[in-house]
Design a protein around this ligand. Structure first.
Ligand SMILES: *Cc1c(COP(=O)(O)O)cnc(C)c1O
Length: 228
C-alpha cells in the first residue's frame, strides 16, 4: 500500500469512528481533499484511489491543475477567500464555492454562471467565533443573506462554512445551531443540507456537531511546503 492510500484509509477510518461515536451514518459526511500547494500528480494519485472531490484555495493554482487533470471527472471546490474581481473564473470553473460572505459576491457568481451549466453550489462563510482576522459574515447577518441568496437564479445555496480558531470546538456546535435556525429563511429549504467544517486536526468534533463536508489537507497529503 502506498503512502497516499494509507493516509486516505486512515482518514476514512477516522471519519467512520467519529460517526459511530455519535451514531451518525458515515454516508452523511463527505471527504473533501484539500490539495493546495500539492502538485497535480498527487491529485491524480488520490483520484485513482477513489477521491473525486478536491478543494483549492488559490485560483491560478487551481486553474493550472484543472488543465492538467481535465481527463478526470473531478468535483472542484473553491475554499479560499473570494475576491470580487475573480468571480467569473469561480463561476465558470468550479462546482462549489465555500467562502461566500457578501450578497454582491453571490450575485456576481449567479450572473456569471453559464446557462449551460447546472447552478453553482455555494456555502455562506460565517465568522462563527468572532475572529479579528477572519473572512466571513457575522452570525447575525446570515438569516438575511440566506433569504436573498436563495433567490438567485444560477446559485444553489447549500449551507454554511466555518473555519474556527484551533481548539475552539464550541464553534462547531454554534455553527450547527445557526444552520438549523436560518433554514426557514431559505426559498428552497430542501437545498439547505451542508455544513462545511472540520480540518485535519478537529474533524472529530466537527462531525460530532453535524459537519457534512470535512476539508482535509495535511492528513491526506502530508505537510504543505509554501516555499515553492
Ligand atoms: C488549508 C485548508 C484546509 C485543510 O487544512 P488541514 O489542516 O491541512 O487539513 C481546510 N479548510 C480550509 C479553508 C483551508 O484553507
Amino acid at each position: 500500500m502506498n503512502q497516499f492510500q494509507q493516509a486516505r484509509n486512515q482518514v476514512i477510518q477516522h471519519i467512520e469512528n467519529a460517526c459511530q461515536s455519535v451514531e451518525r451514518d458515515p454516508a452523511t459526511v463527505h471527504l473533501l481533499a484539500v490539495s493546495k500547494t500539492h502538485p497535480h500528480q498527487s491529485l491524480r494519485e488520490m483520484y485513482q484511489l477513489g477521491q473525486h472531490c478536491f478543494g483549492e484555495n488559490y485560483l491560478q493554482e487551481a486553474l493550472d491543475k484543472m488543465e492538467a487533470l481535465k481527463d478526470l471527472d473531478i468535483e472542484w471546490h473553491f475554499i479560499g477567500h473570494v475576491q470580487r474581481n475573480k468571480t467569473k473564473h469561480l463561476a465558470e470553473k468550479f462546482d462549489w464555492v465555500h467562502g461566500v460572505d457578501r450578497l454582491v459576491i453571490a450575485e456576481r457568481l449567479s450572473n456569471q454562471r453559464l446557462d449551460t451549466q447546472v447552478p453553482l453550489n455555494i456555502c455562506i462563510q460565517v465568522n462563527i467565533d468572532a475572529q479579528d482576522s477572519k473572512d466571513g459574515c457575522e452570525p447575525h447577518e446570515v438569516a438575511e443573506l440566506v433569504a436573498q441568496i436563495s433567490q438567485l437564479a444560477r446559485i444553489r445555496l447549500r449551507g454554511l462554512m466555518v473555519i474556527p480558531a484551533p481548539d475552539h470546538l464550541q464553534a462547531f456546535t454554534d455553527a450547527k445551531q445557526l444552520f438549523d435556525e436560518v433554514k426557514t429563511q431559505h426559498a428552497r429549504p430542501q437545498d439547505w443540507d451542508t455544513l462545511s467544517m472540520g480540518m485535519s486536526g478537529d474533524l472529530e468534533a466537527a462531525i460530532a456537531a453535524g459537519a457534512t463536508i470535512v476539508r482535509i489537507g495535511t492528513a491526506l497529503f502530508g505537510a504543505r511546503d509554501y516555499s515553492k
